[in-house]
Design a protein around this ligand. Sequence first.
Ligand code: NAD
Length: 291
Amino acid sequence: MSVLIDGKGFAATLRARVAGHVSGLGVVPGLAVVLVGDDPASAVYVRNKGIQTREAGMNSFEHRLPADTSESALLGLIHRLNADPAVHGILVQLPLPAHLNADLVINAIDPAKDVDGFHILNVGRLGTGQKAMVPCTPLGCLMLLRDRLGSLAGLDAVVIGRSNIVGKPMAQLLLAESCTVTIAHSRTRNLPDVCRRADILVAAVGRPEMVKADWIKPGATVIDVGINRITRDGKSRLVGDVDFAGAAQIAGAITPVPGGVGPMTIACLLANTLTACCRAHHLPEPEGLTA
Ligand code: NAD
């Protein structure tokens, strides 16, 4: 039976560390979250982000805009937040309504305040090994992997999924750790065989329990990013992209869903906001909060 990687506990410790640094910082970090429209899942995420930001001793500025907000109005708000010295981090909750160009909006954020790490400059910096704001979910996965494995150098890593939010930055981070990285995706041939090579397997697909036990190399470390709601035995529940019950018999260590990667994402958002604040005020950056 695998070791269970306790993302929930790790995230709680990380949030407490962030709060500890914030209390002695001499300046209050501020995170602005922009929500356009009334997508219920996004509203829940934004509310949780606000609660955890305040719990960490930071200021939370929430901007809720109607679904028919124009691009120029949204860009105007972002320019104001860029110029506001009380705001150190800006997050635009995705997805945006279809009439808004997400790339244009994200790239309007000051890269120094881009705590999601989605601005093209931060993507480029990450890819070229320069100091970047690192996307929160892959950063959380990396922290869990380092905690579990120490050095990742030389390990074979397979990332399933090539999204800009998870798969690609995850692969960049693992490459920077000197892993031999394979990115698998919907057009990959012989996916089970590709996965069986992995010392580290990261699943970021969005397909419930797709990764089966016999795709996993015995002893591998499995990071399940997927969050899928299914109905089983008449009950609604969350499952990952990995068949947890089977995989836990084979893997060396595995993240559960829920309670694995999920809680790390907001904890890393808080860490990124603290990092952005330290950089803005030329304060020393606390160790271990970024890649
Ligand atoms: P996405 O839809 O943007 O990307 C999914 C990727 O999976 C694509 O690159 C696609 O090529 C690949 N894929 C699809 N079907 C496949 C198949 N049959 N075989 C192999 N690859 C396949 O999704 P995303 O935004 O990267 O999110 C992925 C999952 O992670 C979702 O379940 C999402 O809810 C979850 N997620 C969790 C967190 C968190 O905080 N834990 C954060 C972001 C996303």
